[in-house]
Ligand binder design. Structure first.
Ligand SMILES: [Zn+2]
Length: 89
């Protein structure tokens, strides 16, 4: 009858180790899983990249602005006007 008790203890240990293995597998260690980037990054960058037209002062997102020598502009027309004025002095 002693062996029966021993068998129960061994079975219990095996069961416990199996549970631990299962837990370790389900819990992913930090840094080794697939790369997950925050989705709100692009919109945040867009919101912070507001520029003002150097000609009329209109604020607009940087990707929509017209880059020029004197800064950013709301339209190609304003950029031309501004650069023409700078060229004249
Ligand atoms: Zn403008």
């Amino acid at each position: 009858m002693k062996y029966l008790l021993l068998l129960l203890v061994v079975m219990g240990l095996v069961f416990l180790s199996g549970v631990r293995k299962g837990r370790a597998r389900s819990a992913q260690p930090p840094g080794s899983g697939p790369e997950t980037k925050p989705p709100a990054r692009a919109t945040e960058a867009q919101a912070s990249m507001m520029v003002a037209c150097a000609e009329c002062g209109t604020h607009l997102p940087e990707p929509e602005a017209y880059p020029g020598r004197g800064g950013h502009f709301c339209s190609a027309e304003h950029r031309q006007r501004h650069e023409a004025r700078q060229g004249h002095g």
